[in-house]
Design a binder for this molecule. Structure first.
Ligand code: AMP
Length: 113
């Protein structure tokens, strides 16, 4: 099932794009929780982590490397940031197209939820 992110990838919906290559797009979250809040999204539609296959290992690893690059680009690499993947309903996932939140630009409290 297509998500809002598929439409953004296809340019059918607008987004603030921070980074893009053949496999991954990184956009500013529409509802930021911190000064930097960017979503690292693989273009391949994998609904949740539960749907990831062994073949996706390189792509999943690349998401972290893109997050690192974007964090440096936004000038928050040194002070640090948080990477989060919500999985499923109880994990707080609302868009069922796998993505990683890159959150930073302020000191983040420890949270379990
Ligand atoms: P999650 O709860 O982990 O599924 O995160 C989904 C995120 O996507 C939320 O932080 C939303 O604010 C964000 N979001 C939803 N629609 C858009 C959109 N059109 N452009 C950018 N971010 C969006």
């Amino acid at each position: 099932m297509e998500s809002v992110f598929t439409k953004i990838i296809r340019r059918e919906l607008p987004a603030r794009i921070e980074y893009e290559d053949e496999e991954i797009i990184a956009i500013h979250d529409i509802c930021p929780v911190a000064p930097v809040h960017i979503l690292i999204i693989p273009k391949k539609l994998i609904p949740t982590v539960n749907d990831a296959a062994d073949d996706d290992a390189v792509l999943l690893g690349k998401m972290i490397l893109v997050a690192k690059k974007v964090a440096a680009q936004k000038g928050i690499a040194e002070q640090g940031y948080r990477l989060i993947i919500n999985v499923g309903k109880d994990g707080g996932q609302t868009v069922f197209h796998l993505h990683m939140h890159l959150i930073g630009g302020k000191s983040l409290p420890f949270e379990t939820a």
